[in-house]
Write a protein that binds this ligand. Structure first.
Ligand SMILES: C[S@@+](CC[C@H](N)C(=O)[O-])C[C@H]1O[C@@H](n2cnc3c(N)ncnc32)[C@H](O)[C@@H]1O
Length: 219
């Protein structure tokens, strides 16, 4: 996958918007590693939650020019930057300033991407709409992520795939178990140590039998 051009961004803008870092590139690398699988799915709709500079969703849009791309961010300045990154790279992107994907009640996405604020902090820190929202993850660094997990079954297509970046402090096994209760199977696509942080990208997808069981138990 190609790395989007970012020359249009003035460095000072990263005082307000998350600057692409190792985690951003790890998510892109995970998508690249899973490219054949993604191509076989021929996704119609892709959503990136918390798109920041827009580098990840733009890379996705460049690789899948027929997919309709959406992104959200709680930080308004990040929404503008995502939009301009997409435009500079000839990707059409609909960007919405919102909490997670909460307004997409009747939309179903084939692919959902999330590199969340994952740093362990006090709960109070993870309620902002500015640059702090880029990293402050509250208890276990999971407060924002856990809210997103609850939303996934409502906004993902039946055959959809969710890619989530985590660090070891987020206790990935717990996340995997929460998603298993929603009927999702999982696979760790990529793992990398960056300084003192172990980052990984987990892919969640519907295991046919489990998913059907989960649906029928809701009836
Ligand atoms: C770690 S940064 C990742 C940015 C970008 N996706 C990347 O990989 O470079 C997390 C992003 O999530 C956004 N974010 C945090 N809480 C959010 C929420 N409740 N709803 C939407 N976006 C949120 C932040 O503003 C930030 O842009």
């Amino acid at each position: 996958m190609e790395t989007p051009k970012q020359n249009h961004i003035n460095k000072n803008e990263f005082d307000h918007v998350y600057e692409p870092a190792e985690d951003s590139y790890l998510l892109i690398d995970a998508l690249e590693k899973d490219l054949q699988y993604l191509k076989s799915k021929n996704p119609t709709y892709c959503l990136e939650v918390g798109s920041g500079s827009g580098i990840v969703i733009t890379a996705f849009g460049m690789a899948f020019p027929k997919t309709v791309c959406f992104s959200t961010d709680i930080n308004l300045k990040a929404c503008s930057m995502s939009k301009s990154t997409a435009r500079e790279n000839n990707v059409i992107l609909e960007t919405i300033n919102m909490d997670l994907g909460s307004c997409f009640i009747s939309n179903k996405f084939d692919v959902i991407l999330f590199n969340p604020p994952y740093v362990v902090t006090d709960t109070e820190e993870c309620a902002s709409c500015d640059i702090t929202a880029s990293w402050a993850g509250g208890v276990k660094g999971r407060e924002v992520t856990d809210r997103m997990l609850g939303l996934i079954p409502k906004i993902i297509a039946n055959n959809g795939t969710f890619y989530l970046l985590l660090i070891e402090e987020n206790i990935p096994d717990e996340v995997i178990s929460i998603m298993a209760d929603y009927g999702f199977s999982s696979e760790i696509i990529i793992r990398r140590r960056v300084r003192n942080e172990c980052q990984l990208v987990v892919k969640f997808f519907h295991h046919k039998t489990k998913w059907l069981k989960c649906q029928s138990s809701k009836m």
